[in-house]
Design a protein around this ligand. Sequence first.
Ligand code: HEM
Length: 461
Amino acid sequence: MSDTSSESDTHSGGLEPPVLRGGWPILGHLLELRSDPIGLFSRVREECGDVGEMNFAGSRVVLLSGEEAQEAFFRGDEEQLDQAAAYPFMTPIFGEGVVFDASPEQRRQAMKNQSLKAPMMRHHAEGIASETRRMMTRLGDSGEIDALDFFSELTIYTSSGCLIGRQFREELTPEYFKIFYELEKGTDALAYVNPNLPLPSFWARDRARRRMVGLLTEVFERRRMNSESERELFDVLLSLRDEEGLPRYPIDVITGMFISMMFAGHHTTSGTAAWTLIEMLRNPSVMSGVESELQTLYADSREVSFQALRDIPLLEGTIKETLRLHPPLIVLMREVQWDFHYRHWTIKKGKKVAVSPSLSNRMPESFPDPERFDPSRYESGREEDSQVFSWIPFGAGRHKCVGSQFAMIQLKAIFSTLLLDYEFELAQPPESYQNDHSKMVVQLQKPCRIRYRRRSHSSSL
Ligand code: HEM
């Protein structure tokens, strides 16, 4: 183990950040990142303060923590702090030329997805509620679900229906959520060494992507042959030709677009849905409060419309509190393109800077009694989420999540539907529900079983 702490080297008029103690030769702190990332980030803050450097197999990552340092990160110049270069584990998933290989401007254009605009939200609410009912009808009146699989599958259908098109959604089968599971599992931090190392999880990732190309090829062929099918986003993109008459976007690129449109919103929303349910079941008074809130709200009409979803304060506070304690993205990174200065520190070109939502969302100076699950933090007068550089499950600044409103609508529609008609119960000890932090995309650890039973008053769906 090496001990390389240094605060004294002066470069370009600033101090180089202190380097976290410990770490292995060559791999540095990479193994700690793969086994206990949140413990690692807390150790950086405890041992180095607001600015501390980690070493991931030669990749130097400087963690900025505390409200002021995080503000500097989020307000950083977009060209100087490059987001794309910081996530090497995403390139094999999206494919060359898609999203993270594109320029910042190309990325912004791609993200200006019409379906995320406010007027479209009205159409989404009912679609999401009906998808949720459809899943529950398939499952029957009572039984057990695996929370990870259930919400992963549900959010594949809701996201594809809302973001891509209803007909395209009808083509999707449960195999798609299994493919996404392998893609998400393929985000091992060893990608910082090389995203194509001979690892079983990388092989599974590449197999899953190839299978996705195969499945989508069949979907589009079927749709092309069917003269009655309405042309949706990808049908149009696939039909475009370049000057030589060749497809403008080959199927591999279309697959990458599909994965990239779904990826950012999939594991994030499904993980949050699963944790929201788990936290409500761990905190029965919160669950009964949310249930009565929904019963009052939907007393006259069971229609889960956009209007109905506008104001559900306790459910919304519960989701926000879940996001605070279980943010799906535990670390946000940027690569420094030219020396970055923060107070008396200089972070040299080529290093990465990072902020951790998991660490920030539990800082006692911003969130009193931070381990306590307390949805009343968001009530008027407290509004702890108004600390825009500390309450950061959706990030902040220029790259703040573009899907946050859609995610909230989605989560509120899912729980309005589920909790009105079903009762749930933990099928395991409350503390046994944990996240698996061995990959950069965090997922619930299996088993994560939950029992459900249709309420006796509930009408048949
Ligand atoms: C609970 C659900 C969600 C959470 C917690 C979440 C979290 C985040 C965070 C933390 C970022 C900032 C990343 C960074 O700074 O590097 C981000 C960015 C992004 N999110 Fe989300 N997200 C969620 C849902 C969604 C959904 C549903 C969509 C799309 C439909 C979406 C699309 C995006 C996109 C495209 C970006 C990149 C924005 C940019 O770089 O300018 N997210 N999200």
